[in-house]
Every structure is written in C-alpha cells, then in structure tokens.
Design a protein around this ligand. Sequence first.
Ligand code: ADP
Ligand code: MG
Length: 267
Amino acid sequence: MINADIRHLALGGKTILGDCKLQLSGGWTAIVGPNGAGKSTLLKALAGLLPFEGKVELRGRELSKWSGRERARALAWLGQNEASTDELLAEEVVMLGRLPHRAWLAPPSAADVAAVERAMRQTQCWEWRARPVNQLSGGERQRVLLARALATESALLLMDEPLAHLDPPHQADWLTLVRERAAAGATVISVLHELNIALQADRLLVMDAGRTVHLGSPEDAATRDALQQVFQHRLQMIELNGQWLVLPAAAPARISNVLPLHGRRHD
Ligand code: ADP
Ligand code: MG
C-alpha cells in the first residue's frame, strides 16, 4: 500500500536522508534508531510534508499526484510535539481530523460527530471534550491528538512518538488500538523510542544516519542484530515468555591510565 524509495532529502542545505527504502502493506511497523537518525524526517516525507528526490507511492499512485484533500483522507498524521492547536477545545481538535471528509464550510455530518465520539472514547478523552487543550496535561493532550488521527479513519496512520507523555496503562491502550486498526486492514507506521513497545510491532524498520538499514520482524535475529549495531551494542536483550525485552547496557569499562594508590611508592 505504501512504497517508498527516497534517494535524497536535504534541509537547510544539509543532506538528511539518502537511500531510504520501504514497502509495506498492512500491519504495524515501528521505525526505530538513534537520535538524529532521520526517523521524523522520513515520516514527514512519507506524509508528503517535505520535498525529496525519489518517490513515495500510495496504493500504486505517486503521492505527489494526489490532491491535498485526497491525501488528507488517505493518511492521518500525528506529529512530534504538536502544540499549534492550544486555543481549541479537545472536541474541536479531534473534529479537525474530519476536515478532509467535509464539504467546504459545511457543518459536521452525523457521521463526523459519531467518528469524533468513537475516537475520543477509544483514547479515553471523551470526558474532557469541552476543555481547552492548553489546560490538559501532556499525556491528556497526546490522547486528544491521537483521537484526532483516529477520527480521520484513514487506511494509513503515521505517528511520530505517539507514546510521548503516556503512562503505562495508556501505552498499553495505544498498543491495543494499533493492533485493532491493523487487524481491520490499516497500515500503521510509528516512530518509537520505547524499544520494548517497538519489539511488539509486526515489523521494525531500523534507521541510522539518514538511511533505512533493516526491515524485519522482531523475532528475526537479524533484526535484533541491526538494533544492536545502530545503538552501538549498548542494549541488553532478554527473551521472556516469547517477548523480547531491552534494557540499556552500561558502556564498556575504560582502562584506567592512573596507577592505583596502593601501587605508588611514597618513600
Ligand atoms: P530523529 O527523528 O531520528 O531523531 P530527525 O529526522 O528529526 O531525527 O532529524 C534528522 C537530522 O536532521 C538531525 O541531525 C537534525 O538535526 C536534522 N534536521 C532536522 N530538521 C532540520 C532542519 N529543518 N534543518 C536542518 N537540519 C535539520
Ligand atoms: Mg524524531
């Protein structure tokens, strides 16, 4: 459903992405890699938000050939640290996700209202629908933004660090939601820093230095090797009941060039 071959993407005269390839149809894919690897930039390119050399095709048709409205219906976007909608009520923010379905200046239809309520109930933010989002905590606001993305009901969901600020129960709820959307046929792509959650995805897309270096299942040893490589072998990986868990590993001890005190002579 999405097929990308991004050969070159530059920002401010600096090359940020080169040689990024992926082909995904359905399921949930987690993009992982070190800080600055280009994960957010790749996600923006997939959403058609940045120009680049190469191509991104959605359902066999180049993204640049889709109208803005068609594209907004086909893919929902949840960005990193979004804060531009502060003045709006939570419900109004989620209704923004329905804009691509509505005629110009038309009031929301019954279907729009129902989609908004469904999405807000799914992310458990329906209770504060009448509150301005700038009065919500970081995690509460994140759930409103997630509801906005869900309310679009698109076949492709792109989310950049969707778990930021979410407590463990809401992280688990997010996992359930994503699995439901994937089971219903959607393609979900999320950038994740939480490797333990990412290792529950159907596939991991591992990035390093502006490139996609590996795409594979968390069960494949090659995927875990790629992770170790891009994180400089600073991960401890443990298998527990068929699930891979990751802990940060301490740096290897440096060999001290200072003589131990008891080795010195004081006479
Ligand atoms: P990630 O999401 O993997 O942490 P990003 O995609 O945000 O990484 O950024 C990749 C690299 O691109 C970083 O080195 C970052 O500093 C750089 N970068 C991001 N946006 C810009 C910009 N607008 N101008 C110049 N460099 C940028
Ligand atoms: Mg990022």
